[in-house]
Design a protein around this ligand. Structure first.
Ligand code: KG4
Ligand code: ZN
Length: 335
């Protein structure tokens, strides 16, 4: 019989718990978002996030078990994100996971949050063939990851400054679109012309698979300030659409180049920015016309959730990769 794993995710501003059967069948996936709490501050406040996780964690876990129709005694393992993320936030989920592992006498599995994002794709297609290339685009990361097999990662490109999601959030804030920025930019851009302003695309030095989004972000902010100083009217949807197009162009081009250079025919998209419909459609087009195939998670599994952590944990469970109860949170954990 397939193993049942309880997974916990508290790395940023979502308190989430899920139960998975055999790694890819989601029995429950409860996500309690703190967006409304942080909105008035214009971004995530770490201390507030930790306190909110603490308030919610037991309820979210109880709800996940109840929705799955299971009790602690029926679990085979408990999985938890231990990094990267906000240390105080991570510690809440990690402490809950350890307590359950100890009390129920089941193994603890530590999962890297980015690995979780990658494995959201295996929830859609459990038998994806290696090697794979994954573009991980979230609020904290923009990585091109070459994956030779389960758990075998090589980061072949990463951002040198802002992450893509961070640029979306900061630009949205400057444009007065609110938090979280990604979905707001996407919404505003629907009414805008992506060719209205030619913002810079940073490709860095020849052959580099790294990214840089701070120049693009500054260009949008400077454009807005200059226009306001001159008393010119600004068309916010045009700025949102032009920014989004510039960011997506670079993400798509670098991903295709990486796939060609590393001879990979199956490409995955992961992380919160993977929910962006322009990125999904433009990458889909480029991947298809290069004779390759793209896989991306359903919308709800792109942003933070515990089901993706449970899926990554399943493959660790099979390999017997368990963590000691001394496992600590690592805010800067790498793949
Ligand atoms: O993966 P995620 O939920 O959390 C992190 O691990 O960081 O990603 C959150 C990021 C935020 O920066 C948010 O603005 C961005 O993903 N995001 C989007 C969209 N939905 C979320 N960015 C662009 N378009 C979207 N539709
Ligand atoms: Zn995330």
């Amino acid at each position: 019989m397939a193993e049942k794993i309880l997974a916990i995710e508290t790395s940023c501003d979502e308190t989430s718990a899920a139960v998975l059967d055999g790694g890819t069948r989601i029995l429950s996936n409860i996500i309690s978002s703190q967006i409304d709490v942080h909105r008035k501050f214009g971004g995530v406040v770490p201390e507030v996030a930790s306190r909110k996780h603490l308030e919610l964690i037991n309820h979210v876990i109880a709800e996940a078990l109840q929705a799955a129709g299971l009790c602690f005694g029926e679990l085979d393992a408990v999985a938890v994100t231990y990094g990267p993320g906000l240390v105080g936030a991570l510690l809440v989920g990690l402490s809950a996971g350890k307590a359950i592992a100890y009390a129920a006498d089941i193994p603890l599995i530590g999962v890297n949050h980015l690995e979780g994002h990658i494995y959201a794709n295996f929830l859609r297609e459990p038998d994806l063939a290696f090697p794979l290339l994954c573009l991980v685009v979230s609020g904290g990361h923009t990585d091109l990851v070459y994956i030779a097999g389960h758990g075998e990662y090589r980061v072949i490109g990463r951002t040198r400054d802002d992450a893509a999601g961070e640029a979306f959030d900061k630009v949205a804030r400057t444009l007065g679109l609110g938090y979280p920025g990604g979905p707001q930019i996407e919404k505003a851009a629907v009414e805008g012309n992506p060719q209205a302003v030619m913002f810079p695309r940073a490709y860095l030095e020849e052959g580099s698979l790294d990214f840089s989004f701070s120049g693009l972000k500054s260009s949008v902010i400077n454009y807005l300030h200059r226009a306001r100083q001159r008393g010119e009217a600004v068309h916010i949807p045009n700025l949102a659409a032009s920014f989004q197009q510039a960011a997506v162009d670079v993400l798509v081009d670098k991903t295709i180049t990486a796939a060609q250079e590393h001879n990979v025919s199956l490409i995955m998209l992961a992380g919160g920015v993977a929910a962006n419909s322009l990125l999904r459609t433009e990458l889909q087009k480029a991947v298809c016309s290069s004779g390759r195939r793209l896989v991306y998670p359903s919308l709800v599994l792109c942003t933070d959730n515990a089901a993706m952590i449970g899926c990554a944990a399943h493959f660790k469970y099979i390999r017997g990769e368990f963590a000691p109860l001394t496992l600590n949170a690592i805010p800067g954990l790498r793949l």
